[in-house]
Design a protein around this ligand. Structure first.
Ligand SMILES: [Zn+2]
Length: 341
């Protein structure tokens, strides 16, 4: 994932705000309004819970994650990156796939970027996007950093979600799975005060920004009803944040889905603002949610370190997030109309 602007955790039970550190002082951070109370939103009318509830195969998702991680570090421009592109595409054989390939001009030079989009058509007019980045941190390219959780977990989960969407006539919105590329900043993340650091907003999210711009230009974006981002969701100790940039009503749908499945204790105990792949869609008015668990190890001990390895993950966490995303889709399909943007 990208960056936490404010590592400000609100312990909801006690209403206690703990500001652990402020890593990013760019202007958007000033717009952050983290509060201990729930956002004021209209109560949603959820469709009846008429089952059967979906279930993702956590073991199969974990196998995909392991296979992705086995390729080693997959920074932009590397041979292993190319292999992961092929790995994902091979698993989507027979599906309707769009390859969005372009050259990104980054502070480290020009790099090929490859977004992979698998499209599963539905009967309703509109698209729901589920996304994950698959590249690994470029500044760590010469280390053993494999991003098992950061990029690996969600990319494997999306392959599992494809298994649930493939070959079925969806009685709902079209679903597009997006394995986006070049999410990671190319320079160190700006938190260390080094002279060669870039402002985060100018050096990240290359792939997903390209897609948002392209789909805005060709009119596709108007059809996108919701953007669901998954990132760092494999931690065995799963605690998905209520991410404060995200659209509150869409987070409420996610929480309803988690509650129906009995997984609500893994969701939204903390509030945290994260800069991530949902921002380009949010900025263009698309309801968006970032499903991310940023407490990885003690505090953020494993994030962007060589400790981000497969042994920290569990199939159960992939099963939980997979099930919640599938149930979120089922609820969105039946909510008519969806809340306004
Ligand atoms: Zn990252």
């Amino acid at each position: 994932m990208s960056r936490v602007k404010w590592l400000s955790w609100i312990l909801l039970a006690g209403g206690l705000a703990v500001i652990a550190c402020d890593r990013d002082k760019d202007s958007t951070a000033q717009n952050t309004n983290v509060s201990a109370s729930a956002p004021a939103i209209q109560p949603l009318n959820f469709p009846p819970d008429d089952g059967p509830l979906p279930s993702a195969d956590g073991d199969r998702a974990m196998q995909y994650v392991k296979e992705i991680v086995k390729f080693g570090p997959r920074p932009l421009g590397s041979a292993s990156h190319k292999k992961v592109e092929e790995y994902i595409s091979t698993h989507l054989k027979g599906d309707q796939v769009e390859d969005d390939i372009f050259t990104a001009d980054t502070p480290e030079g020009k790099f090929p970027v490859h977004n992979i989009i698998a499209k599963y058509p539905g009967t309703k007019d509109g698209i729901i996007i589920i996304a994950s980045h698959y590249d690994t941190n470029y500044p760590l390219r010469n280390t053993s950093f494999v991003g098992a959780n950061d990029g690996g977990s969600s990319s494997g989960l999306l392959l599992e979600l494809a298994n649930h969407l493939r070959g079925k006539q969806r009685d709902g919105y079209s679903v597009w799975l997006v394995w986006d590329d070049a999410e990671e900043a190319m320079k160190p993340d700006g938190s260390g005060g080094q002279p060669n650091e870039m402002p985060f907003s100018a050096d990240s999210l290359y792939g997903i920004t390209h897609l948002a711009e392209k789909w805005q230009a060709d009119g596709t974006l108007k059809k996108v009803k919701a953007f669901i981002l998954t990132d760092m969701i494999g931690d065995a100790d799963l605690n998905v944040e209520r991410e404060t940039n995200s659209t509150p009503w869409l987070e409420d749908v996610v929480f309803e889905a988690a509650t129906r499945l009995g997984y609500q204790s893994h969701f939204f105990a903390r509030r945290l603002e994260v800069s991530d792949d949902h921002l380009p869609f949010l900025k263009r008015g698309v309801p968006s949610v970032d499903l991310i668990d940023f407490t990885y190890g003690y505090n953020v001990a494993y994030w962007h370190t060589t400790e981000d390895t497969i042994d920290k993950l569990s199939p159960r966490s992939l099963q939980i997030v997979g099930g919640v995303v599938l149930e979120t889709l089922r609820i969105l399909d039946k909510m008519d109309p969806l809340p306004p943007k």
